[in-house]
Design a protein around this ligand. Structure first.
Ligand code: TXA
Ligand code: MG
Length: 317
């Protein structure tokens, strides 16, 4: 299959929406990472996502919608969910909720679970693509299963060229890490994946935040069980002194704007981290480095999400 390269133009948005409507796969930019989109109501189209990524079928997908009204057709919102949607949508927060009767989603989107993860992305290109498509779009990150998520179109090409119908290139992602995933239940708010909407912030607004224990046998977010987010080179974390064969990514020596707060520096680091991991692999010969070492990253704010991804990446790297 020839993968079409599309851009954020009127004609190309129309082409992308048309491909999606016909059951094809389109990678598109969101504010977090690039997603690999398929019509969430079309079981065959959704099956192609699992095939292209090599993703295990028990790992459910996030459904992207254009607005809250569309989300409410798919899931049952409780009071916490209402407040979360009001506060953070459009934005990098996925909310896991019980499926609504008559939701119309293909069963493989949710991997047979009675719940669905939904989000309204804030990136303009993602919203335009959703509006033009006029249907919910199931989209995991647009990378091969287990590897580093793409934050630029060329990262998608490296993993999926020839396996998907099109890439809608709309530039570099703003956040650079996958969305925060939460599940509001009757007993409170559960944090299933750390992200740009931080635990600290959720805690201030919503009180106690429950976190599932790490490495449990039946995690509430099935994907979190897997080896994940790994670059194609061995990765070492909390490295203060890199070895000669290690490409060093250091929070301390990153070229941040002068006077940036630590919070702002962590966000800037998050935005560029995956790009650095991809670059280390692509340019390994040029750089003469066969491994990656990442320096310590302060563990607060978005730093918690960064450390979470790095830890998972190091496990399998
Ligand atoms: O930022 C993001 O979330 C990106 C962009 C494209 O939106 N998407 C993304 O998707 O990171 P993915 O498939 O790489 O990660 C989705 C995670 C998986 O860990 C999956 O297990 C979890 O969401 N998930 C999906 N549906 C769920 C559900 N019903 N209950 C619990 N976890 C769920
Ligand atoms: Mg992913």
């Amino acid at each position: 299959m020839q993968t079409q390269q599309l851009g954020p133009t009127d004609t190309d948005f129309a082409k992308a929406a048309d491909i999606l409507a016909r059951g094809g796969l389109v990678a598109f930019r969101t504010e977090t990472v690039y997603g690999l989109g398929a019509d969430a109501r079309n079981e065959k189209a959704v099956a192609k996502i699992f095939e292209a990524k090599g993703r295990p079928s028990f790992n459910p997908l996030i459904v992207h919608v254009a607005d809250q009204a569309q989300a409410r057709q798919l899931a049952v919102f409780n009071d916490i969910a209402d407040a979360l949607a009001e506060t953070y949508w459009p934005g990098p927060l996925s909310i896991v909720l019980p499926l609504r009767k008559g939701h119309g989603l293909a069963p493989n989107v949710t991997a047979g679970l009675p719940t669905v993860a939904i989000r309204v992305p804030s990136n303009a290109a993602a919203l335009e693509f959703l509006r033009r498509s006029d249907r919910p779009i199931a989209a995991p990150s647009a990378n091969l299963s287990g590897s580093t998520s793409p934050t630029r179109a060329e990262h998608v090409t490296a993993d999926l060229d020839g396996k998907i119908d099109a890439i809608l290139d709309a530039g570099t992602c703003d956040v650079g890490l996958e969305s925060t995933i939460v599940m509001p239940t009757d007993d409170g708010l559960h944090l299933l994946r750390h992200g740009a909407i931080t635990k600290e912030e959720l805690n201030q607004k919503f009180g106690t935040i429950f976190e599932p224990e790490q490495d449990q046998d039946a995690p509430s977010s099935p994907g979190q069980l897997l080896a994940h987010y790994a670059p194609r080179l061995p990765l070492r974390i909390n490295a203060t002194t890199p070895a000669a064969d290690e490409y060093y990514i250091s929070f301390e020596s990153f070229d941040f704007p002068k006077d940036a707060s630590e919070d702002a520096r962590l966000r800037a680091f998050a935005q560029r981290l995956y790009g650095e991991l991809h670059r280390a692999f692509v340019e390994r010969e040029l750089l003469g480095k066969s491994k990656i070492a990442v320096g310590p990253v302060p563990n607060h704010g978005i730093g918690v999400a960064i450390n979470d991804r790095l830890k998972r990446a190091a496990k399998t790297g």
